[in-house]
Design a protein around this ligand. Structure first.
Ligand SMILES: C=C1C[C@]23C[C@H]1CC[C@H]2[C@]1(C)CCC[C@@](C)(C(=O)O)[C@H]1[C@@H]3C(=O)O
Ligand code: AKG
Ligand code: FE2
Length: 543
């Protein structure tokens, strides 16, 4: 608004300088003054009426207006100005301010009153379900985003405005659906996922119902390699080569394999699982002491009700960060548990500390194996992740009485590098392979390894980020422990030097940028890396 005023003022000043002032200087100042003011009022009356904001209060979106505009560009949900991009710019207009809606300069998209009003109207329609964006795009998404070829679109073909609309990525921070049963005294005013109540409810709240294209369907079992790591580490050349070929084949298609005899002590695996069970069995009030704060990933979350308001995942999670500290330094996981939950949780913290240390050691062995399978120097990726800072996440999936309508974790690729996942003996994990969802049969004491977006970029798309999800069931709760390996935040993600896989598929980026994108601008799904690439593109394009 301010910018429009400035632009108009600059225009008026300019008009006066070029025409009025010259005449004005030659004649008697007083007489002309009055005429000049009359003429100026006439001129103003002829200007199109300045848009005035329609609403007192505006929703604060969790996504920039420019990004929203880009995402819904093809959906014809807004009334774009007929003369977009054709207005004659007044001289001295502020070219540092670009409005993507009017496609002009002088004010920003953020300050654009017309865009703000239209997005406010649209947001009301979406939340009152007058407009269901997901149906508009679900088919497109389903057909294209599950099609591996389209999913791994070449970076240099990325079309800035061709972002698939992710109907849950544009959310109002302040207003979340408050269901009576899901808010028994929630904290921060956000609804609370009370699993002890909801697990027995015959019909689940609407916010947990996922669009039909994502719902659990009958599936076959995934055929993925189970690598005997012990044999690999002690193996002869021939058996090592055979193992590497199997890993390479799996990572080049669905990005998933399992490891047995991985060297992580079975009693530690069990102790970590028991601690996760102990935590999720705490009272809701106790768990809420560790509730994630807005904008942070760390802590307890119930169905992510603090972040999303539709297609909520049917799960509780506990997430914390892990990184090594110099010898004798603090045990970051122990500190986290004691500072967040109290000294009585020191033992739980110690178990998870040891568990994360073991996962870190295993992750470096995995990086060596992946390096070898990609034909790079064995230590290449290992050194890249030596100082990794990873994310530990405990998942708890309560039983659900309408499991066919919801998902424990929606279809997604982990934005991280690789994931080391320990699951219990309850089936639920599914991987998308060969055009359909396939179940992963749990293998006792084995660990799941899946490729994430960041490693896909590190391999220039040669290894595929695993598209997976978790389904729930009526009778049995399910648990999993996911260790998400991430490089140090400022390391630049790019393929190894040289002609690695031909044309670059993704731009350079840092894990900090991708992490921020998934936590502040976009709900991680099966298109995260593609959308992130476009987002990088559009923000650099409109600098
Ligand atoms: C960087 C991350 C974001 C998520 C946790 C890690 C790796 C997996 C991501 C996630 C699980 C993908 C599905 C959606 C998500 C919101 C979830 O269901 O938890 C994602 C995690 C997150 O953003 O918290
Ligand atoms: O629980 C599972 O099996 C999968 C969880 C998952 O994919 C995740 O947390 O990223
Ligand atoms: Fe995942």
């Amino acid at each position: 608004m301010e910018e429009l005023r400035e632009a108009r003022k600059a225009e008026r000043r300019n008009v006066r300088d070029t025409v009025e002032d010259k005449k004005f200087k030659k004649t008697n100042r007083k007489g002309e003054d009055r005429n000049y003011r009359e003429r100026e009022n006439d001129r103003r009356a002829r200007l199109p009426p300045r848009p005035s904001a329609q609403y007192e209060k505006y929703t604060s979106f969790n996504t920039r207006k420019k990004t929203i505009l880009c995402e819904i560009y093809n959906l014809k949900l807004l009334k774009y100005p007929a003369n977009a991009g054709k207005q004659k710019l007044p001289p001295n207009v502020d070219m540092s301010k670009k409005c993507s809606f009017h496609d002009t300069y002088g004010h920003t998209s953020k300050d654009c009153v017309v865009l703000g009003d239209q997005l406010e109207d649209l947001s009301d329609k979406v939340y009152s379900r007058k407009v269901d964006l997901s149906t508009i795009t679900s088919e497109t998404r389903y057909n294209s985003c599950y099609n591996p070829d389209v999913r791994f679109r070449h970076f240099n073909r990325a079309d800035k405005c061709n972002l698939r609309y992710n109907s849950t990525s544009i959310l109002r921070r302040s207003t979340l659906d408050k269901g009576p049963e899901s808010d028994p005294g929630g904290s921060n005013g956000e609804p609370v996922f009370n699993s002890s109540v909801l697990r027995n409810q015959s019909s689940i709240p609407k916010a947990f119902i996922w669009r039909p294209c994502h719902r659990a369907t009958a599936i076959q079992e995934l055929d993925a390699p189970v690598v005997d790591l012990d044999a690999f580490l002690r193996g002869d050349e021939a058996s090592i080569r055979r193992t590497i070929e199997r890993v390479a084949a799996a990572c080049s298609t669905h990005g998933f394999f399992q490891v047995a005899n991985h060297g992580v002590d079975a009693s530690l695996l069990k102790a970590a699982f028991d601690c996760a069970t102990e935590f999720f069995e705490l009272s809701l009030c106790q768990k809420l002491h560790a509730q994630t704060k807005p904008g942070s990933m760390w802590g307890y979350a119930g169905a992510h009700t603090g972040r999303f308001s539709s297609e909520l995942p049917w799960k509780e999670t506990l997430s914390f960060s892990y990184h090594e500290t110099p010898a004798g330094g603090e045990d970051v996981v122990v500190d986290y548990f004691m500072s967040t939950l109290g000294n009585e949780f020191e033992r739980m913290g110690l178990v998870f500390q040891r568990y994360c240390e073991a996962m870190k050691r295993l992750s470096l062995v995995m990086m060596e194996m992946l390096g070898m399978s990609l034909g790079v120097e064995r230590r290449y990726y290992r050194e890249f992740f030596e100082d990794s800072r990873s994310i530990m996440r405990c998942n708890y999936y309560p039983p659900c009485q309408e499991p066919e309508l919801t998902l424990g974790t929606g279809p997604h690729c982990d934005p991280t590098s690789i994931t080391i996942l320990q699951q219990d003996q309850v089936e639920g994990l599914q991987v998308f392979d060969g055009g359909r969802w396939r179940s992963v049969r749990p293998i006792r004491d084995a660990l799941v390894i899946n490729i994430g977006d960041t490693f896909m970029a590190l391999s220039n798309g040669r290894y595929k980020s695993c598209l997976h999800r978790a389904v729930v069931n009526r009778h049995r709760e399910r648990r999993s422990l996911a260790f998400f390996v991430c490089p140090r935040a400022d390391r630049v993600i790019r393929p190894p030097p040289g002609e690695f896989g031909g044309t670059r598929l993704y731009p350079d980026f840092t894990w900090a940028e991708l992490m921020e994108f998934t936590q502040c601008h976009y709900r991680a799904d099966m298109n995260t890396l593609h959308s992130f690439t476009n987002w990088l593109f559009s923000s650099s394009f409109n600098m």
